[in-house]
Design a protein around this ligand. Structure first.
Ligand SMILES: [Mg+2]
Ligand SMILES: [Zn+2]
Length: 184
């Protein structure tokens, strides 16, 4: 079993424009592709776990979601020959009740661990919201907030108190690769 890098998508890999709906509007966060490419080179599985309630709300069609997902993959390839190993999404509308898969729920992480043989208790949970990194408290591993334009103050405060805050995804990867080098 291997540790993985679990990444939020919108606001962490690509710019969060609200409900990201149009593939043509997708733009990567500067440095994200290069950071992911370094994980690829180190053979650290990179898994996107994303809340996409726009699907359940009827704001986003499945075809639009797939087109955006594929556009993110295409841009990662173009920018740095980077790739994500798998993407998991929660499509549910939280107004209709709780599901197990919407972050901070852990069902999608458990599914990824099963599919890809990952060690959740040694993995990293990275995103621009507290709910992206809170799963680390339940699953083990380390939660790291990378603040962005959409990060609420409360999330930043909570992450400082209970997890870790790092300025960029590139610096997260610096730390992860350094810790792997020590472990070897
Ligand atoms: Mg986000
Ligand atoms: Zn769900």
């Amino acid at each position: 079993m291997r540790p993985a890098m679990f990444l939020d998508r919108d606001g962490t890999v690509n710019v969060d424009t609200g409900f990201v709906r149009r593939a043509a509007d997708v733009a990567l966060i500067p440095g994200a592709a290069r950071a992911i490419a370094r994980l690829n080179a180190a053979q650290v599985p990179v898994v996107i776990v994303t809340n996409q309630s726009g699907l359940g709300r009827g704001i986003l069609s499945t075809a639009e979601y797939v087109a955006v997902r594929d556009r993110v993959a295409e841009l990662l390839r173009e920018h740095a020959n980077a790739h994500v190993d798998a993407t998991y999404e929660c499509p549910h509308d939280p107004r209709l009740g709780e599901c197990a898969c919407r972050k901070p729920g852990t069902a999608l992480f458990a599914r990824a661990a099963h599919d890809l043989d990952l060690a959740l208790d040694r993995s990293w949970y990275v995103g621009d919201r507290w709910r992206d990194i809170a799963p680390a408290l339940e699953l083990g591993g380390e939660g790291i907030l990378v603040p962005g334009a959409g990060t609420p103050d409360d999330d930043l405060r909570t992450a400082h108190e209970r997890a870790r805050v790092v300025d960029t995804l590139g610096e997260v990867v610096d730390a992860v690769l350094a810790s792997l080098a020590v472990a070897r």
